[in-house]
Design a protein around this ligand. Structure first.
Ligand code: XMP
Length: 506
């Protein structure tokens, strides 16, 4: 495997994704973590960093068992670190270098940049620059403003590059990474969905033996793929619980249960909508709603789980971004998403935790899902918040208001599918507003509710922009909702980006 030592760059995760896209397994670890270099490591990458190597508190890494012993690639800060700490000099660059630059080879071919075009576009993002290299370091590529854009240490398998090969705008960045991984580190590019499934199934079988495992399904991608992976490993010893909080999309419970049964999973479906509605009566504060829904979910899940006999493990759909101890994200996330967090159950039932997806990025989870034949309908679903429609009904949540929202939401989502827009949108939904307004239908005055449609483009939900849906489509959806859903006489479209707004309204 490849180890990426993280100095806190915003791009560290991107390096890992590029490496994995080349079908090479890699892990990210903090630069100062001990004991990560074992016999299975065939190469190391040093990431970039927001720090400067000239800072007094610049992150320092012990390279004694790496440099000169294993193939090593320093990127940005990594490259500067290798120059600065071994006899070279790094200074503040006159022109802060951000964005596009054109790379030219110096001294002909070098295995790292073999076949890279003359004048290849690369992306720069640094305020410091390498002014002087140690004696045995040779420059292999430059750009107009950065003489030391890439270097090789003679007599070692060590390289440094000032640009970011992992970003999309470095057009031949992947080729350069591939040279490092395949030609230099000797990686075989055999980390594929099929090989991942095969290895995990073998490991899960060994780990779990004949033990029974419990898993909470949500209808979403992660829990569904985790379930199928476990199912492949231990079959009927996997028991799943799927809770209907009464706040799912219209007909979602039935449709998801049907998919799960089609996948051969042993699923207990629990209908608990009445309990949630009763506990939400009169509550309008968003945070209180979330807390009530979270608490009720745990109570319902726990009550079902306790009835089961001989369960030894609790499976969770945790994925890699939740567990990476990256410097930039401030360490591993402490609270697992409310969704996966099933209260005090592990202690109460004395359960051990198994997390079959904890090494995967989201897009990898989808690929594994395809390999496991999880229906495309489930894999391509938009994200849906754990508290469900409860946080899309502003004001009080009542049975009638849930019905109104479910119907409007169905028209919008079905419409997106019919117009072939569903997969062009990252997430979409309808918000029921606590506003009534005057309308006229036939000759009658109406005084009814208003809904807001929301459709956003995003890659991870952290930032998002509203989608420019076609006017014809919006006109059709608005017309259908007002004509077909009793209780709504006005539809608006949300044109706010995140930040400063959020995707959900509560
Ligand atoms: P916001 O509204 O914060 O949402 O922009 C970002 C993404 O997270 C989803 N979301 C949640 N998911 N439990 C979840 O599992 C929650 O409590 C929750 N709140 C928001 C939201 O749908 C969007 O995809």
């Amino acid at each position: 495997k490849i180890i990426i030592l993280d100095f806190g760059s915003q791009y560290t995760q991107l390096i890992a994704r590029r490496v994995r896209e080349l079908n090479v397994y890699c892990e990210i670890h903090p630069y100062n973590k001990k004991g990560v270099i074992d016999d299975s490591v065939v190469g190391v990458i040093l990431s970039g960093s927001p720090s400067s190597v000239r800072d007094e508190n610049a992150p320092q890494v012990d390279l004694s068992n790496i440099k000169g012993k294993l193939p090593l690639l320093g990127v940005c800060y990594g490259a500067q670190y290798l120059a600065h700490n071994f006899g070279g000099e790094v200074g503040r660059s006159d022109a802060r270098e951000y964005g596009r630059a054109m790379l030219t080879k110096v001294r002909g071919e070098n295995s790292l940049i073999k076949d890279v075009s003359e004048c290849s576009q690369v992306w720069m993002s640094h305020g410091d620059t390498i002014v002087k290299l140690p004696d045995n370091y040779v420059i292999i590529a430059s750009t107009e403003d950065v003489p030391v854009a890439a270097y090789h240490i003679e007599g070692e398998q060590t390289w440094g590059i000032q640009f970011h090969p992992e970003v999309y705008h470095s057009t031949e960045g992947t080729l350069i990474l591939k040279h490092f991984l395949v030609d230099i580190c000797g990686c075989r590019q055999d980390w594929t969905a099929a090989s991942y499934v095969e290895t995990s199934v073998r490991e899960l079988k060994e780990k779990l033996g004949d033990d029974k495992v419990l898993l909470g399904l949500s209808g979403g991608v992660d829990s569904s793929v985790a379930a199928m992976l476990l199912h492949r490993a231990i079959g009927g010893n996997l028991v799943c619980i799927f809770v209907d909080m009464g706040l799912l999309r219209k007909d979602e419970f039935e449709s998801v249960m049907e998919s799960y049964q089609g996948m051969g999973l042993n699923v207990i479906g629990v209908r608990a909508g009445d309990k949630f509605l009763a506990d939400l009566r009169g509550v309008t504060d968003p945070e209180r709603k979330r807390k009530i829904i979270g608490r009720d979910f745990i109570e319902v899940f726990d009550a079902e789980a306790i009835k089961l006999k001989d369960i030894k493990w609790l499976a969770q759909g945790t994925i890699y971004p939740d567990v990476i101890e990256s410097i930039s994200s401030g360490g591993p996330s402490v609270t697992i998403k409310s969704h996966h967090n099933v209260g005090g159950l592990p202690e109460k039932m004395n359960l051990k935790i198994v997390e079959p997806l904890r090494l995967l990025f989201k897009d990898e989870v989808r690929r594994i899902g395809r390999e496991l034949e999880v229906p495309e309908k489930i894999l391509s679903r938009h994200p849906f918040p754990g508290p469900g429609l409860g946080i899309r009904i502003l004001g009080e949540v009542t049975a009638e208001r849930v019905r109104i929202l479910q119907e409007a939401d169905k028209i919008f989502i079905d419409g997106l599918r019919e117009w072939d827009l569903y997969n062009k949108v990252w997430q979409a939904g309808v918000m029921l507003l606590p506003v009534q307004s005057v309308g006229v239908m036939g000759d009658e005055r109406t005084y009814e509710s208003c809904v807001a449609l929301r459709a956003v483009a995003s890659t991870d939900g952290m930032t998002a922009d509203w989608v420019h849906l076609p006017y014809e489509f919006l006109a059709k959806v608005s017309n259908d909702i007002i004509n077909k859903v009793r209780g709504i006489n006005r539809v608006v479209y949300d044109i706010s980006s995140k930040p400063p707004a959020t995707i959900e309204w509560e």
